[in-house]
Design a protein. Structure first.
Ligand code: PLP
Length: 348
């Protein structure tokens, strides 16, 4: 990739959060109709909230500045302080949110090991604490779709329904962290309304694979979202002329959702190219969305990150011997092939 001044930009596969707004998206942002959203007067924000809620067949949605805030307002709206949220051991809400839920919702987590970040309903059921004093009251199950640290793994509708049944059986809510729920929908072809209905409330991010610069949505029943809206205000996340951001989100949702299939194909191609020279380094069956994990064997992952950086390829390290490559809008098939070949040469 070459920038305007002729310099070659790195092939950045660290995350799908690194995308930049496309020219069309920038135009949509510049032309957005706006108003004061704290007064409920930003037509672009309101429109996006209606569209996204409607897409999932739910009553309401609220636009938040980040995925973390969407999760935080939902956990605060869905639980009471001093209760417990059950989630997978490597969940984003535990690993990457700086302990926010302990401060904001004042909940504790009970973490359960899963398979690539996915919770198993039987396992959850057998580890729930009894619902009697003096046990800590369990309030919620929280499930990530797709999984971040789990490498983009998908629970899918059947598994989500089983988790919802466990939650219902114990009168718990099922919270969804759907930062990459879009990728799951593309990978499975499942119906968004059916998937959206399994959660009590959930979030989606516009700023991951969809390619918007900012923005997430908390989605659910009207009363839950009204409560989440209050918490967004208390957390300082209510915005004024946010239509310029919502316009980017609307553009991303309308124009850049279906193309996630390209990211998934590119991830498979990366995996296959690396596996051609280092079959033991990649589990091809695990590449189901836009992430590729590469086992570096004896080689420290940090060394490979450095060597690739020197060759203009940016990748993430997820452990001492584990690399992660994430495909997205700003890296086309050719760039993915180039990155994979360079990585393959280092692993040979
Ligand atoms: C699964 C998951 N949830 C939530 C978030 C939070 O999103 P943000 O960092 O935009 O607040 C991320 C970010 O990568 C994520 O991967």
């Amino acid at each position: 990739m070459t920038s305007d001044d002729g310099a070659t930009a790195p092939i950045d596969l660290r995350s799908d959060t690194v995308t930049r707004p496309t020219p069309g998206m920038r135009r949509a942002m510049a032309e957005a109709e706006v108003g004061d959203d704290v007064y409920g007067e930003d037509p672009t924000v309101t429109d996006l909230e209606h569209r996204i809620a409607g897409f999932f067949g739910r009553e309401a949605a609220v636009f938040t500045p980040s995925g973390v805030m969407a999760t935080q307002v939902l956990l605060r709206a869905l639980t009471r302080p001093g209760t417990e949220v059950v989630c997978e051991s490597d969940a984003h809400v535990v690993a990457y949110e700086a302990g926010a839920a302990a401060i904001n919702a004042q909940v504790q987590f009970r973490t359960i090991d899963g398979d690539r970040g996915r919770l198993d309903a039987d396992r959850v059921l057998s580890s729930l604490r009894p619902a009697s004093f003096p046990y800590t009251e369990v309030a919620a199950l929280s499930v990530e779709e797709t999984t971040n640290r789990g490498g983009g793994a998908v629970h899918g509708l059947d598994s989500l329904r089983e988790l919802r049944a466990v939650a219902d059986g114990r009168d718990l809510v099922l919270h969804g962290d759907g930062a990459r729920l879009w990728n799951a929908l593309i990978a499975t072809g499942e119906d968004a309304v059916e998937v959206g209905r399994t959660f009590t409330a959930f979030s989606v991010c516009l700023s991951k694979g969809l390619g918007a610069p900012v923005g997430s949505m908390a989605i659910g029943d009207r009363d839950v979202i009204a409560e989440a809206r209050h918490w967004r205000r208390r957390f300082g996340g209510a915005m004024r002329q946010a239509g310029v951001l919502a316009a980017a989100g609307r553009f991303a949702f309308e124009r850049q959702f279906a193309r996630l299939a390209d990211d998934h194909a590119n991830a498979c191609a990366i995996g296959e190219t690396v596996a051609d020279v280092a079959p033991e380094a990649v589990d091809l069956a695990s590449i189901t969305t836009n992430m590729v994990y590469v086992d570096t064997g004896e080689r420290p992952a940090a060394d490979l990150v450095g060597s690739l950086r020197a060759q203009g390829v940016l990748v993430g390290s997820m452990g001492p011997h584990l690399l992660r490559l994430v495909t997205h809008l700003d890296v086309d098939a050719g760039a993915c092939r180039t990155a994979a070949r360079r990585l393959g040469q280092l692993l040979r």
